[in-house]
Design a protein around this ligand. Structure first.
Ligand code: ATP
Length: 503
């Protein structure tokens, strides 16, 4: 819901997680900077992925390919000709919109109407209210629901892949208006390429047109044989990579959900033709397990299997997550056949084949791909963690319940008072723990306020040094989520924290 999403965005700024890029110049649309805590959280998510994909699988290796690639790469991949979004111009306002987003906005409006009706009824009927029953018996709500279902059914969930004519017809039929001006005076729907262009070389004549990569996958495909040979890899094997990608999204909004510069974590798994179904199922299950391992609520995930497939794919599914604005794609799993390697063979004139010593045959491998947006994962983790929790005494605390393994700071060490040698002990604990964890020191304000500050920052542990510490070398360790406090030996701190933050 909208209020919750606004809270997420302002909390991310207030606690040093995400800033708008170039804010002092009024920002750059859909470009964001990760701040002191955000950079740590992002790195921890990347590491958590890398560990699961590369470190834990002896048949997957990682690479780090360049953002710039030979321009023919993007001819071969299909991005020059077919990486488009449907655009529609308004004749009156001269404004430009993404056609599919207009339809999506329209659907959101109808959904809002449903929600309002439900809320009204909830108020009226109180405890006796049953939402499902209300929806299935209320004519007006049913009408709205049917409208949405029929739009989604006709266009599928990924509207951009639809025929332009269909989208245009739908916009006219639904009488969708310019969201800024209310005008309905549209010109035709056109295609708009999403790749950013740039130039390599100093002089105008010799300069070469390049693109900023719109996905990391191609750096893996073109290196397939290099990695296979130098790593003596046997099929099935995978190549993983994390890195920046760039897309000139026309309507970039929803904070870091859809950005113009973002980061992907991809893995291409090379397999024997004919085995793609079993590997598709394997990776579908494995990736979902990875998500669920973070303990962010099993109900917040679902698969969306694609019925309509891109021409190169023979199966595809999205892992969707329940963001504050609803279920949306977080990760894609695609069975891409030999499309990519065959295209590169054709455009480069080089063979990209694998010789199978066991079966004594050469073939172009099939590819199974898992592709997740790091920034989207960040948003999933962050928005899911933020909670306003009402405590037993009626007060409300803001707490960021980040999975401990991902939290930017694992523990804050707090001297109860700024005297009697307590700060010195606190600092010596930090000196000791910082070899293993990010830890922080805080001595300002009453200890209760410091606890709340660390709660809002997502720090899983607070360690308090008090006068008893001087006697017996024990401290209080407070757990963020339960607020429980334990008295423990300083010497045991490392193991206690490790148990929670290690995967
Ligand atoms: P969408 O339909 O949301 O635009 P997509 O289907 O184009 O996404 P893919 O090309 O499959 O996305 O990219 C794989 C992953 O990269 C997506 O699941 C998403 O997490 C992430 N991603 C794609 N585009 C963006 C973007 N503009 N900003 C942030 N993350 C993105």
């Amino acid at each position: 819901n909208e209020d919750q999403f606004k809270k997420v965005i302002s909390h991310a700024k207030e606690y040093g997680y995400v800033f708008q890029s170039s804010e002092i110049y009024d920002g750059l649309s859909a470009v964001y900077d990760y701040a002191q805590n955000g950079a740590e959280l992002k790195k921890n998510i990347r590491d958590y992925w890398w560990k699961a994909m590369v470190q834990m699988n002896d048949n997957i290796v990682g690479i780090d390919a360049a953002i710039f690639m030979h321009p023919t790469t993007w001819k071969a991949s299909g991005h020059v000709d077919a990486f488009n979004d449907p655009l529609i111009d308004n004749k009156d306002s001269k404004k430009r919109y993404r056609a599919d987003v207009l339809v999506e906005d329209y659907c959101a409006k109808i959904e809002n109407k449903i929600e309002k009706e439900v809320k009204k009824a909830e108020k009226r009927f109180g405890d006796a209210f049953n939402k499902d029953e209300f929806i299935s018996t209320n004519g007006r709500v049913l009408g709205y629901q049917e409208k949405i279902d029929s739009i989604l059914k006709r266009l599928g969930q990924s509207l951009e892949k639809e025929d332009l004519a269909d989208v245009k017809a739908l916009i006219e039929e639904l009488e969708i208006a310019d969201p800024m001006t209310g005008s309905r005076n549209w010109t035709d729907v056109k295609q708009f390429n999403l790749m950013f262009g740039t130039k390599l070389g100093a002089s105008a004549e010799s300069a070469m047109d390049l693109y900023l990569r719109p996905e990391t996958a191609q750096g893996i495909f073109v290196n397939f044989l290099n990695v296979q040979k130098t790593g003596r890899m046997k099929i099935p094997f995978g190549i993983a990579q994390t890195g920046k990608a760039f897309r000139n999204e026309i309507v970039a909004r929803q904070f870091i959900f859809r950005m113009r510069e973002f980061e992907q974590m991809e893995m291409q798994f090379f397999i024997k033709p004919g085995t793609q179904k079993e590997w598709f199922d394997h990776w579908k299950e494995t990736r979902m397990k990875w998500h669920l391992s973070l303990g962010m609520g099993n109900d917040n995930y679902r698969f969306h299997d694609h019925e309509k497939l891109a021409h190169y794919a023979d199966a595809a599914t999205d892992i969707e997550f329940k963001f504050p604005f609803g279920f949306k794609e977080l990760e894609g799993i695609h069975s891409r056949t030999d499309f990519d390697l065959k295209q590169h063979e054709e455009y480069s004139g080089k063979k990209l084949q694998y010789f199978d010593h066991e079966d004594n045959v050469s073939y172009t491998p099939y590819v199974l791909e898992t592709s997740i947006g790091l920034d989207r994962m960040f948003l999933a983790v962050f928005s899911n963690a933020l909670e306003d929790e009402t405590l037993d005494d009626g007060s409300v605390r803001t707490v960021l319940k980040l999975p401990a393994v991902l939290a930017p700071t694992k523990a804050a060490v707090l001297p109860l008072v700024k005297k009697d040698g307590l700060p010195e002990i606190a600092k010596s604990i930090i000196e000791d723990l910082k070899w293993d964890f990010n830890v922080t020191y805080d001595e300002k304000d009453a200890v209760g306020r410091r606890y709340r500050r660390q709660d809002a920052n997502g720090t899983p542990f607070c360690i308090t040094v008090d006068h008893d510490t001087l006697e017996d070398n024990t401290v209080t360790i407070r757990h963020r989520d339960t607020m429980e406090q334990q008295r423990v030996n300083i010497a045991d701190l490392r193991d206690i924290i490790k148990k929670e933050v290690d995967v």
